[in-house]
Design a binder for this molecule. Structure first.
Ligand code: 5CA
Ligand code: ZN
Length: 411
């Protein structure tokens, strides 16, 4: 699919440090060491509703990674998928009486506009599952040939026993996995399965359900194998970072990793990076619960998208936090001060703040620490407590470029 227009990325005069991120599978910080272009896959939306603050927070987090890599001198190949063949989309389309393809197209277009407004660097590949059907089916057939897939009635399951490393991505015990599997799309109790944790890779057509034509017959792929196929196709084996929200640690990323590992014998990704969950009204913001704040609603109320972005950046991407509207209004006031400081032209010395911001972002994408460093420069430049410091004649333009290149804030 078509992605969205790229924002300008100002070049910085200094090179940022190597990027370290928290890897779920090892439980600690790892340095990314891209061999050639840095390769990133982020699990994108299931397009049945508009982009909410939780999605936006996750996409901003991986946008910080993309920018940190670029500022460290790497090229980046970024893939973000659109899950346009899956149950929640079909269910919503049936409920509201619209064609599922029309619903997916409408919400994907809204995402493009939201991502453009938030200055998210677009993916180089933005594949939908339906348009990728051939390569997904091809992967299922290769899994079949490798003896890792079996049939239950007319459906096909991936056998987790085929992967000795199953469980390594999440580090979860079987009991922990079994406890959440039914609520996260799994069917542990289906008769005929070899292991309750095996996951569906092909669902044969059922009366009244959408189905696609393929060499496997009429039906549709399972969710996990869609992402595995798209990631391997566009990034190859052992790509640098698999990203997404922490709700995807199990089963989604575990199953993706297992399918790839069973087939290729090599790890799927080098690091698994997960963003915390944004809540609203006391619960995880989710389309199924309906407790949502949409980016598009705020955009349509003339809210400055840079204030939305700053409100998100004030939270570390790995923390779970709750959205409240006052955070947005605080961000509007903060940006007003920042713009006043930038308008001075000269300002407090820029070099230390450049170093502090780039180091914070290279250290597990620590945007809150970067924001504090900017605040310090703004207050010194404006002279909030003492005389204004305008000793660096280039400070305004240097900090403006830094904000844009590293944090995606174009002021
Ligand atoms: N289409 C699948 C991934 S292949 C999916 O999870 N879609 S989604 O629309 O539910 O979520 C899109 C992305 O936003 C995923 O990376 C998901 O982990 C993340 N996400 C969903 N809800 C939240 C939330 N409340 N807070 C933070 N991130 C979230
Ligand atoms: Zn995914």
């Amino acid at each position: 699919m078509r992605a969205w227009p790229a924002p300008d990325l100002p070049a910085l005069a200094v090179t940022a440090p190597p990027v370290r991120v928290h890897d779920t599978s090892t439980g600690g910080l790892v340095e990314t060491r891209p061999d050639g272009p840095a390769r990133l896959y982020v699990c994108g939306i299931t397009p049945y509703d508009a982009t909410h603050m939780g999605h936006a927070a996750t996409f901003v987090a991986f946008d910080l990674l993309n920018r940190a890599w670029r500022n460290a001198g790497h090229e980046v190949v970024y893939v973000q998928n659109v899950t346009d063949v899956d149950d929640p989309l079909f269910e919503r389309a049936a409920k509201v009486g619209v064609d599922w393809r029309d619903l997916a197209a409408r919400e994907t277009e809204r995402l493009r506009q939201d991502m453009t407004a938030l200055r998210i660097v677009p993916p180089d590949h933005f594949p939908g599952a339906e348009e990728s059907l051939d390569l997904i089916v091809d992967l299922i057939r290769r899994l079949q040939e490798a003896g890792t897939v079996y049939a239950v009635d007319d459906d096909l399951y991936f056998s987790v026993a085929a992967d000795p490393a199953f469980g390594d991505e999440s580090g979860w015990t079987r009991d922990e996995m079994l406890a959440v599997f039914p609520d996260r799309g799994g069917d542990p109790d289906r008769p005929g399965k070899k292991d309750p944790l095996d996951c569906l890779v092909w669902r044969a057509e059922r009366p009244g359900e959408p189905a696609l034509d393929s060499v496997l017959g009429r039906g549709r792929p399972g969710w996990h194998v869609e992402c595995t196929a798209m990631a391997l196709e566009f990034l190859g084996e052992r790509f640098d970072v698999q990203g997404g929200g922490i709700d995807l640690v199990f089963p989604h990323h575990e199953m993706c990793a297992s399918e790839a590992q069973a087939l290729t014998g090599t790890p799927y990704a080098q690091a698994y990076v997960h963003a915390g969950m944004v809540a609203y009204d006391g619960e995880k913001m989710s389309k199924s619960k309906g407790n949502l704040v949409f980016v598009s609603t705020l955009r349509n109320s003339e809210v400055d998208p840079m204030a939305i972005r700053l409100a998100l950046l004030r939270h570390h991407y790995r923390s779970d936090w709750e959205w409240t509207d006052d955070q947005l209004w605080t961000a509007v006031d903060t940006l007003d001060r920042w713009r006043r400081a930038l308008a001075v032209g000269a300002g407090a010395p820029a070099a230390p703040v450049v170093d502090a911001v780039l180091l914070a972002l290279a250290t597990d994408l620590d945007a809150p620490t970067a924001v504090v460093a900017i605040e310090g420069w703004v207050e010194t430049t404006l002279g909030t407590s003492g005389p204004p410091d305008t000793s660096d004649p280039q400070a305004g333009s240097t900090v403006r470029s830094l904000l844009d290149a590293a944090l995606g804030l174009a002021l």
